[in-house]
Write a protein that binds this ligand. Sequence first.
Ligand SMILES: *[C@@H]1O[C@H](CO)[C@@H](O)[C@H](O)[C@H]1NC(C)=O
Length: 482
Amino acid sequence: MRTLLLLCLCVYVAWAGSFDYDDYDSVSVKPTVAARGHRPLSRGHDSYRPNRYSPPPINTGGRYRGRPSTTVPDKGRQEQEKEEQPEAGGCTHASEQMGVLCPTGCELKTALVKQERNVKGLKSQVNDLSRSTNNVYNYVDHMSNSLRERQRVINENNRVVNQYTNNVEEQHAYIKETVDTVFPSNIRVLQGVVDKIRLKIQKLEKAILAQNEGCKEPCSTTCPIPVVSGKECEDIFRRGGRDSQMYMIQPDAFYPPYKVFCDQTTEKGGWLVIQNRLDGSVDFGRRWDDYRRGFGNIGFDVGKGHCETPGEYWLGNDRISQITKMGPTELLIEMEDWTGTKVHAQYQQFTLQSETSNYILAVDAYSGTAGNAFMEGSNELFGENRTMTIHNGMMFSTYDRDNDNWNPGDPSKQCSKEDGGGWWYNRCHSANPNGRYYIGGSYTRHMAKHGTDDGVVWMNWKGSWYSLKAISMKIRPFFPSK
Ligand SMILES: *[C@@H]1O[C@H](CO)[C@@H](O)[C@H](O)[C@H]1NC(C)=O
């Protein structure tokens, strides 16, 4: 029985909880969907200091010239008062016709009177008796009344008992039916759930096996490296590399060359992809060292003989810093929602300081359709709250290296731990391109690991609770466009 109840409880819990296989910590979250991004000030010692000094982006010394191109009354006792024969004093007969009584008659009368006295005494005795009989009668009457009353109570009790008995029988029947039918069906449902889970586990195991198989050999990009190479993608473009694909670049002769994906078609080409999200295939919740060196897949060959399909990757903060410090650099952020709509944000100046400065971000000269998140923060927020979401001038933070502007030094207040990726978090974000990838776009705080808007977010376009399908960041040396 207890086991059955337990099972029943299990079924309920299973239904109520739906099935979430993700191993998330349960976090109590408010049910309302509100603007996120920032971490509002709490009362007490909490304070917020906006930007510290940060170097502006490099804007002089161009490397390139332009190129062409929800409650009886008592019975009035009719006591028949007997007509008293008038005492005829002495010896007259009661009836005149009968004449006068003789002395003996008188004696008789006296005797009779005597007798009468006796009879009178008797009468009072009779009266007494009658009275006591009355009493007894009353008592008996009372007794029988209370007997009736008792009978009535007993009947009533019987009725109640019957009713209870009926109830008990009904409940018994109900419980029996529940035990006989509902429980087994719940058990069947539970069994079905268990079977499904088992199937899913099997699938997952298979997938893991397949993945292991594919990773026996160190992953390598097998595309041929194009003949054309250069300092960066603009250089390659000018040298004739006009196809968007993976190229080899060497920005600085003191460091070895490396692979990047060049977009040679968007806005006249020459764009070096430094960040790319398009299918969630790469985990961006990584540590400092990974973000420093770069991670992910530069490109794929889908049968054309060269890596013309870009992968998801982060070029690496050292490399980004190094390239952007070579001269004025522009940044193009392109994004796409799950219906295929595209917008962009462009900054004519973009510089990343070196690791010793924790890769401080500097941008300027915005143009575009996505909203100036980097410099203005989220337009859903106001005052200090908005300031908290500006990225320009922020140092880079990862979950293992907290450089954000949210109570620095407090390990429980780290944007990167809550918002999913490495980024120039302030007190936290208005844009979160390195966040967690949610297929389909819309997500809720209940789906997020920490109840925060940790998706691939650009608040000024789609708000906090929409994770973009694709987003990329590309850089190019800035030059006059004519
Ligand atoms: C900042 O945000 C908090 C909560 O999100 C709100 O209570 C407060 O009014 C906001 N301040 C401003 C200036 O909008």
